[in-house]
Design a protein around this ligand. Structure first.
Ligand SMILES: [Zn+2]
Length: 257
């Protein structure tokens, strides 16, 4: 069933923002300057269900990296009417520290993640600085514990997890990076998370530097272009422009409805 019937709304909540450098967002940029970088969580709210996408980071994990969080994740979701304690599905786009840091806020949830993502972080390369610096060991432990408790669905590529909500494995940013395709009354929308770090990366086919592999990242851009006609219904992972592209529903939140 094609389900614009669910009349999904997609919320993006910016829970943190910082001054970053172009070098954080584009691999080998020709001009280096200071740019704002946003951090988001997302919620897909339908008539019959609410699905959270990613879980941000905890204050302690931020402080370790010199980043003092503006809004704790529970409050961020609450600001758009989502009670994390009641959410029954959580999509984990990838396991980076700023996306998988608060899985414990979802005691009722089943978690949807790509098998490639689960396997990578317990494999031989996670110990190297390039990879290790972008995850929190406690988050990796927790997702493995949740898996043993039977609360994790490990996917192998494309998967439909609710009417009108489909996941696509793209890789690139991490081995198991996945994006979310949502049927909305306005058409197909994509929660790209870090597969599109900023809109510039997608527009210029410019990979970003926190990457696993360049072909995977370019493949991700192609997959997105095959699903939507332009980037107007794409939610980028870290681009402050998200807040200008959709309808404001609060100081730090927007909705596509
Ligand atoms: Zn990431």
């Amino acid at each position: 069933m094609k389900s614009a019937a669910e009349n999904y709304k997609i919320y993006a909540i910016e829970y943190f923002r910082r001054e970053a450098s172009t070098t954080d967002l584009v691999l080998r940029p020709s001009v280096i300057e200071t740019v704002d970088m946003s951090y988001f969580v997302w919620a897909i709210v339908g008539e019959n269900q609410t699905i959270a996408v990613d879980s941000g980071f905890k204050p302690e994990a931020g402080l370790k990296r010199g980043r003092q969080i503006d809004t704790e994740i529970g409050e961020a979701f609450a600001s758009v009417g989502v009670d994390t304690a009641q959410v029954d599905k959580v999509i984990i786009t990838h396991l980076h520290w700023d996306h998988a840091g608060c899985l414990d806020l979802f005691p009722q949830a089943r978690f949807f993640i790509q098998q490639d993502e689960m396997l990578f972080w317990s494999g031989p390369y996670g110990r190297y600085h390039h990879f290790r610096e972008v995850v929190e060991p406690d988050d990796i432990s927790l997702i493995n514990r949740l898996n043993l408790e039977g609360r994790v669905s490990q996917l192998r590529g494309e998967a439909r997890i609710a009417p009108g909500v489909k996941l696509h494995l793209v890789g690139g940013h991490t081995p198991g990076m996945q994006i979310v395709e949502v049927d909305t009354p306005r058409g197909t929308a994509i929660i790209a998370s870090d597969a599109v770090k900023t809109y510039r990366n997608l527009a210029e086919n410019a990979p970003e530097p926190f990457l696993h592999d360049v072909p995977g990242m370019l493949h991700g851009y192609e997959v997105i272009r095959s699903l939507v006609k332009d980037d107007s219904l794409v939610f980028s992972g870290h681009d402050p422009q998200v807040l200008d592209r959709f309808t404001r529903v609060g100081p730090n939140a927007v909705v596509l409805d």
